[in-house]
Structure formats: structure tokens, C-alpha cells
Design a protein around this ligand. Structure first.
Ligand code: ADP
Ligand code: MG
Length: 437
């Protein structure tokens, strides 16, 4: 299937072509016609499968036909959970919409509100926003929704995880009753379905791969190691494998900062990105990492959610996440758009419960590799897919074992394989390290 048969205008096809996309991804193939039909859509597909273009392209198409927005009015509202993601989605809107006469802007917290108020004054066709700042702007009468045609909730699952449910409800109360609603998510949990019932009307439901399977193009393994040796092991792995661009996940903000300091002391340039950093710091960290000015970015789950870095070759879990679904999101940062990626987890004995939960979720045992000189004194107990490790007394249950039916089991990586070869990736893995400062 090609983009030509999806019902998009010449102008959009031109910008798609310019991006080098040769065919739509499975989610795009189904979502684009569904959105164009004017129906509500609820779509789930794993991270890195092109959901952004799946809703951006058809809404650009729809909006290119209607009337211009009046002062302070918005025609399509896209809500995203994080600032980085908001900026990224708006960048996609700009890129795909280059040949159309539509305008867009992005608003989020942590930066001055006045420039945002100004930008909203003349009205915008597409507004990308995080919920908190949007509510502020609404309360200051900087934005109005009388002309709203389409409401989009991106990364809906993470919105709920991050506790935005009340903000979302407040926003919904401002919107006109007649509108088209789109919900995009990596997973469909029961909570998402509950929320959907209150937003969406008789939706087209799209789900292109079984939930919580890890991206097939990602090689995953673990290194059992003692907790106190983790940062030394990480430094060793970076040096030994000449990793030049590594995204490292930590569980806590404090832990991310500490690790960054330790790596920098060893001459491995690194930055941390998490909720306690100012917006400017976060933007700069991400830009430096993308450009290759720093080798390592250490991030919490929330900060990293939704960030798309082209062909990120290497992800490291410095700690295993408490919520096993986060593991799937983390490793979704590599092997994106069909290129081969690697995900390594440093696992200490006290994390066996998290390990077992992850293995049950992804339905596979992770291969264990010991590194010479870092063999743990405290062994990580053997796990099995037949037996769950009981939660410690008093602990909250963090996993949920919902299943979802897959309507299409196509290999989600086929769509990209012709576009970009994996060569760039290999080169990056095998040397070419950037000079250290
Ligand atoms: P998701 O929201 O599903 O996690 P994104 O929308 O961020 O994924 O897309 C992941 C990557 O795939 C982006 O770098 C994007 O440019 C790329 N991409 C999207 N659609 C296509 C396509 N049809 N062909 C090739 N690459 C694509
Ligand atoms: Mg996305």
C-alpha cells in the first residue's frame, strides 16, 4: 500500500515524500482513512510505529478545507503528557503541513506565558499543549474553543499514568459537544477504555500489534551485577563497546543526577533529564544529546516518554522500572522505525521481582550475560515464566495482566525496512566515537 491511496492531498503527499517515507506504517494505513471519514478513532500501536503522522496527516487534510480560526480560537487541539513531546508533535505538524496554509503553535509550562498568549491571539488552526498550561491560558482567556473541530489525546496511557485525568476532564468541559475525538496510545488499558467512554463516540478501534510485545528489532539482554558496581559497569560498557550515544534510564531523579556526576568524573560526557530540571535545561540536554555533543543522557521514565531520537542505537536500564510496562516504553526508544537497536539492563539481586514481572509481561526470559570482573556476589535468582515471584508484603501491585486482542498481526517493522538501511547504526556501534572533552 502506498500513501497515494489514503485520500491525502498533493501538498501532503509532497511533504511525506520529502521525509523519505515510502509507505505508510500499519497504524497509519488504518488510522488515516478512519480519521478522514470524520469518525472518532481510538488507536493503539507500540512506540515508534508512526502514530504522530497517523493523526497529524489526516487532521491537516481536514483542516485545510474549513474556515480560518477567529481571534483566540483553535480548530484542533492536541494534548500531550510532556513538554518535549508537545514540542516534537508540533514540529511534525509544521513539517507535514509545510505546503498548506495552516498555522500551529505549541504551549507548555516552565516557560513564560506571555509570548504564548500573543501567539494565540490571532487564532491557530492547530494547538499542541500540555494540560496544565492550557488550563492557565484558558483561565486567562487567551484561548477559546468555539471553533474547535477536532480533539486529540496523544499518548493517552501516559497521560493517565502521570495523573492528568482531572486536567483532561476540565479541558473537556470547555470543548464544544460536537467535535471529532481521536485517542492514540501505546497500549489500551482498562483505565484508558474507561476514559475513552467519556470522550469518544462510537469509535473506530484500531490496534495493530499485540500489546506489550517488545519491538522485534531490539536485541535485549541483562547483566547481573551487584548494585554498588552498577555505575562502574556502565562506564566499562560504554568504553568497551565504544557507545557514542546511549540513553540510560534511572528510577529516581536523584539517582539520575548522581549517575551523571559519576560518569562525567570518568570523562564520559553525560546529562540528566527529569522533572526537576527547568524547561531550558531539558531542551538543551535533549538538543546536545541529539547532536552528539554529549554521549549519555540519563533520564527518568516520565522525562523520556515520547522522545523520538532517530536511530538511537543503545538503551541501558540502569535500574529496572517498578512498572513493567515502562520497560516496553524504555526499550521502544531504540530500534525505532525498524532499525536494529540494543537494550541492556543492569540487574541486581534485589530487582528480581521487577525482572520477573517484565519477563511475564513480554512473555520471554531475558538472556543473562556476566561481565568479567563484575560477577555479582549476590546472585540474581533464577526466574521462570511458569512462576511469578510474589510481591513483598505491603507492596502495591504495579502490574496488570490485561490482554488485548490484536486485529492485525502484521510485522510492524516491515513498513520502514525499505526506507532506511541499518548501516548508519552499525557504523555508530563499531567506532566513530566522537572526541571527548
Ligand atoms: P510513535 O508516536 O508511534 O511512538 P512516532 O510518530 O514518533 O512514533 O514515529 C517514529 C518515527 O518513525 C519518527 O522518526 C518518524 O519520523 C518515523 N516515521 C513515521 N512514519 C513513517 C513512515 N511512514 N515511514 C518511515 N518513517 C516514518
Ligand atoms: Mg507518539
Amino acid at each position: 500500500m502506498s500513501f497515494d491511496s489514503l485520500g491525502l492531498s498533493e501538498q501532503l503527499l509532497k511533504s511525506i515524500n520529502k521525509q523519505g517515507y515510502t509507505k505508510p506504517s500499519p497504524i497509519q494505513e488504518q488510522a488515516i482513512p478512519a480519521v478522514l471519514s470524520g469518525r472518532d478513532v481510538m488507536a493503539a500501536a507500540q512506540t515508534g510505529t508512526g502514530k504522530t503522522a497517523g493523526f497529524t496527516l489526516p487532521i491537516l487534510e481536514i483542516l485545510s478545507k474549513g474556515p480560518k480560526p477567529k481571534n483566540n480560537q483553535v480548530r484542533a487541539l492536541i494534548l500531550t503528557p510532556t513538554r518535549e513531546l508537545a514540542a516534537q508533535v508540533e514540529h511534525s505538524v509544521q513539517t507535514y503541513g509545510k505546503n498548506l496554509e495552516l498555522n500551529s503553535t505549541v504551549v507548555f509550562g516552565g516557560v513564560k506565558i506571555n509570548p504564548q498568549i500573543k501567539r494565540l491571539h490571532r487564532g491557530v488552526d492547530i494547538l499542541v499543549a500540555t494540560p496544565g498550561r492550557l488550563l492557565d491560558l484558558y483561565n486567562q482567556k487567551a484561548v477559546r474553543f468555539d471553533q474547535l473541530e477536532i480533539f486529540i489525546l496523544d499518548e493517552a496511557d501516559r497521560m493517565l499514568d502521570m495523573g492528568f485525568i482531572h486536567d483532561i476532564r476540565k479541558v473537556l468541559a470547555f470543548l464544544p459537544k460536537r467535535r471529532q475525538n481521536l485517542m492514540f496510545s501505546a497500549t489500551f488499558s482498562n483505565d484508558i477504555r474507561k476514559l475513552a467512554k467519556t470522550i469518544i463516540n462510537d469509535p473506530v478501534e484500531i490496534s495493530v500489534s499485540p500489546r506489550n510485545t517488545t519491538v522485534e528489532s531490539v536485541k535485549q539482554w541483562i547483566h547481573p551485577v551487584d548494585k554498588k558496581e552498577k555505575s562502574a559497569l556502565l562506564a566499562y560498557l560504554i568504553e568497551e563497546n565504544q557507545w557514542t550515544q546511549v540513553l540510560v534510564f534511572g528510577r529516581t531523579k536523584h539517582g539520575c543526577d548522581r549517575l551523571t556526576r559519576q560518569l562525567n568524573t570518568k570523562g564520559i560526557t553525560s546529562v540528566a533529564i527529569h522533572g526537576n530540571k527547568s524547561q531550558n535545561q531539558r531542551t538543551r540536554a535533549l538538543a546536545d544529546f541529539k547532536k552528539g555533543k554529549v554521549q549519555v543522557m540519563v533520564a527518568t521514565d516520565i522525562a523520556a516518554r515520547g522522545i523520538d531520537i532517530n536511530q538511537l542505537p543503545q538503551v541501558v536500564n540502569f535500574d529496572l522500572p517498578n512498572v513493567p510496562e515502562d520497560y516496553v516504553h524504555r526499550i521502544g526508544r531504540t530500534g525505532r522505525a525498524g532499525s536494529q537497536g540494543h537494550a541492556v539492563s543492569l540487574v541486581s539481586a534485589d530487582e528480581v521481582k521487577q525482572l520477573s514481572d517484565i519477563e511475564h509481561l513480554i512473555k520471554q526470559l531475558l538472556k543473562r550475560t556476566l561481565i568479567d570482573g563484575f560477577e555479582p556476589d549476590h546472585d540474581v535468582p533464577i526466574t521462570s515464566l511458569n512462576k511469578k515471584i510474589p510481591k513483598p508484603k505491603g507492596a502495591k501491585n504495579t502490574s496488570n495482566n490485561r490482554t488485548i486482542k490484536s486485529k492485525s498481526n502484521k510485522n510492524i517493522n516491515n513498513w520502514k525496512s525499505k526506507n532506511k538501511s541499518n548501516d548508519g547504526n552499525k557504523k555508530r556501534q563499531g567506532g566513530n566515537r566522537s572526541p571527548r572533552k
